[in-house]
Design a protein around this ligand. Structure first.
Ligand SMILES: [Zn+2]
Length: 261
């Protein structure tokens, strides 16, 4: 008989949670959207959920009391609505979901929340600023692909390559490690992107959303073709270690230790 992982809410039973109550919740937040032609629409969900579970497990071995909530499967895909079956949730919806999660956790005296973001189009800063001020919940936002930059740069250092920011070498490697059964590598496009024609919109300090299908013909950003499961494993383990360290720190933090007030 296998023992359910008490740090994964979908698996844990009430007895486990009463005996070992968590003091920090991890909320993975993904998106369901096209990832070039070769990765599943659920890529961001698989990545965020698996990383959260793995990191919380490692953190538990070091005394952390973290519990991973079910992943929010939809994200902000407002610029991808012309792609078949893409569902986008707006900022008001995301704010409502996050507010209800915080409200529920506070009823159980859990006052620390780590959002593990798996989708570049999700923005949490204004939501968190408002919610933290209103509720006192200590909320952190982690964008996992920005963790361990030195290791990621080293893994994806080949000239003309690079991790890519969507369904490129990094995400493809991760999925080859996590769910090789769902990677259809022979269908992958090159992940080439089209620059904005208006030159002044391409300078640092200026931003406008990318009309995704026009700027990303195969929906990918970054060439996936040099991806390997081995690169994905190294990358996953490096990011997981960073998240685990954070969860240990946050779980053990006592009120008054900045920035936990
Ligand atoms: Zn993705």
């Amino acid at each position: 008989m296998t023992i359910p992982r008490s740090h994964v809410l979908l698996e844990a039973n009430y007895r486990q949670l009463l005996d070992n109550p968590p003091n920090v919740a991890v909320l993975p937040w993904g998106a369901t959207e096209a990832h070039n032609y070769h990765l599943p629409h659920g890529t961001d969900v698989y990545e965020a959920q698996t990383l959260a579970e793995h990191a919380a497990g490692e953190a538990a071995k070091r005394g952390a009391k973290a519990v991973v909530l079910p992943t929010i499967p939809f994200g902000n895909d407002a610029q991808q609505l012309d792609q078949v079956a893409t569902i986008s949730i707006g900022t008001a919806t995301a704010t409502a979901i996050l507010g209800d999660v915080v409200h529920s956790l506070q009823k159980q005296n859990i006052d620390k929340l780590v959002i593990l973001n798996g989708h570049g189009g999700n923005e949490f800063k204004p939501l968190v600023r408002d919610l933290q001020a209103r509720t006192g919940m200590f909320i952190l936002v982690v964008s996992f692909w920005q963790l361990a930059p030195d290791i990621i740069n080293e893994i994806f250092a080949a000239p003309g390559n690079g991790p890519g920011d969507h369904a490129g070498e990094l995400e493809t490697s991760l999925m080859m490690h996590l769910r090789p059964d769902l990677v259809a590598m022979d269908q992958a496009g090159p992940g080439a992107t089209n620059d904005f024609a208006l030159k002044t919109t391409r300078q640092p300090g200026v931003w406008t959303p990318r009309p995704w299908s026009k700027t990303h013909p195969d929906t990918g950003a970054g060439d996936p073709r040099k991806a390997t499961a081995e690169k994905g494993k190294r990358c996953f383990e490096a990011m997981s270690e960073k998240v685990a360290e954070l969860l240990v720190d946050v779980s053990k933090a006592t009120k008054g230790e900045l920035p936990y007030l």
